[in-house]
Design a protein around this ligand. Structure first.
Ligand code: EPZ
Length: 424
């Protein structure tokens, strides 16, 4: 049976310049958000990734007219022809972010029928907080049988106090509240850059969202939101993955079209490891002293502005050859260490107890055949393959296609010996 794979000959220090694409986690919220508009929207800097194509299919299935110029990263959405509030189970299961259709359809039509989402198998990932927000706004919510049915003749502004910090829940609440009657207060809101980006998008449509980026967001509902032309922010996690790959291969890489302030928790950890980082405007440079071994560090994943859980997996690959014992505590997801088994097969020395992984540095990783289990595990195995001695064959690379735009071309441009192949 033919098998898709990525093949890497490791050991090359990455060097040169690379540009980051638009953000996955902001785009997968911005695209559903266009359904709130009374007219056509243009979104720029949209990455050409599988999750974006899944959302294009979903919006078209709802009756919206969507065009996407993947070369120019420009998407046009005309939501005025939307004629149903029903999302198919097949489409909903293709990605986690299909849950944003709940808030967007509730906001546009006052009703939604959306199956529970798919997404990376990194834990149970319930959406109880999203449903709590919709109920607070006055929606009748029935979540039996794996499909969320919601009706809200009139969405009324309210206080939404999240029991935990949730990125998806925060953004979904903003989408549903943007056109609700009156004022909505969101307490214990997520502060991620893409929460701020979606708030800015809604404001560019004539919305009134204040305080995004803090734990308290205030939304004054507007009866009408207009079409807009908006460019989404660069991908924080792709930026971080490139920074980690540069450091892990003892290279010298300059990353363009990024937002350095979004990267501060990773930058601080890379400096602790002994890597050099400089930043100005929309450029970050990461370089290394190849003769100096990386130092082991302790990392705890946290909601923004803490160390992002999405960078835990690629960062763990870098730590496999740091001198000493590193500790990674994963506090956000319950099963986000599955990639470590594959790193052990490459010679890493890892011990996992509950939510803490201890990684004892080894002199080098050795290339072998490894299998991707989720998107950021794939990023971790890419970094490991670039570091390893010899050849690494990465199986199930389709997970990586969900969140990284032209990653093989970008890494090749930095000198990596990497190719996409079909194994017969
Ligand atoms: C978003 O997932 C991202 N996905 C994830 O990125 C990211 O890891 C995560 O935020 C944290 O930053 C998208 O934006 C599409 P959460 P989300 O709600 O919204 C629990 C990637 O690799 N929770 O902040 O699912 C949940 O189980 C992906 O790009 C509830 O219990 O994350 C988790 O343990 C992976 N009830 C924690 O909260 C809820 O109603 C944080 O989840 C919602 C969440």
């Amino acid at each position: 049976m033919a098998r898709d794979c990525m093949r890497i000959i490791g050991g090359t220090a990455l060097s040169g310049e690379v540009s980051v694409s638009g953000g996955k986690n902001t785009s997968v919220a911005a695209i559903p958000a266009t359904l709130l508009a009374d007219g056509p929207c243009v979104l720029e800097n949209i990455p050409d990734i599988d999750d974006v194509h899944a959302l294009i299919d979903i919006l078209r299935s709802l009756g919206a007219q969507v065009s996407f110029d993947a070369d120019r990263n420009v998407m046009k959405v005309d939501p005025t022809t939307v004629n149903t509030c029903v999302v198919s189970r097949e489409n909903a299961q293709r990605l986690r972010a299909s849950y944003y259709l709940m808030g967007a359809l509730l906001g546009r039509l006052g009703e939604a029928e959306v199956p529970l989402p798919g997404g990376c198998p990194i834990g149970p990932r319930p959406i109880d907080q999203h449903l709590k927000a919709f109920r607070a706004l006055g929606a009748e919510v029935d979540d039996e049988g794996g499909v969320v049915h919601m009706k809200a003749p009139e969405l009324m502004g309210s206080l939404i106090s999240f029991d935990i910090v949730t990125v998806g829940g925060t953004i979904n609440a903003i989408l549903a509240a943007a056109k609700a009657e009156g004022v909505t207060l969101i307490q214990n809101a997520a502060r991620e850059p893409h929460v701020v980006d979606v708030a800015n998008l809604i404001n560019s449509m004539g919305g009134k969202v204040r305080g995004a980026g803090t734990a308290m967001i205030r939304i004054t509902g507007q009866r009408h939101l207009r079409g807009t032309n908006y460019a989404v922010i660069p991908d924080q996690i792709e930026t971080g993955t490139m920074m980690i790959a540069a450091a892990a291969t003892h290279g010298d890489v300059t990353i363009h079209n990024c937002i350095p302030v979004h990267m501060e928790s990773l930058t601080a950890k890379l400096l602790e490891v002994g890597v050099r980082v400089s930043a100005e405007d929309d450029v970050i440079r990461v370089w290394d002293n190849p003769r100096q071994a990386h130092r082991a560090v302790k990392v705890t994943t946290q909601a923004y502005p803490g160390f992002p859980t999405d960078l835990q997996q690629p960062f763990s690959a870098l730590l496999t050859t740091a001198s000493g014992v590193s500790k990674i505590e994963e506090t956000i997801f319950e099963q986000r260490f599955r990639h470590l088994d594959e790193l052990v097969r490459m010679g890493a020395r890892v011990d996992v107890r509950d939510s803490v992984a201890s990684i004892e540095g080894v002199p080098r990783l050795i290339g072998t055949s490894v299998t991707v289990t989720d998107l950021r595990a794939g990023a971790g195995l890419l970094v490991a393959g670039l570091m390893a001695e010899g050849e690494t064959v990465i199986l199930e690379p389709h997970f990586i296609d969900r969140g990284y735009d032209h990653v093989v071309e970008k890494l090749s441009g930095l000198g990596a010996r990497i190719s996409r192949e079909v194994l017969e």
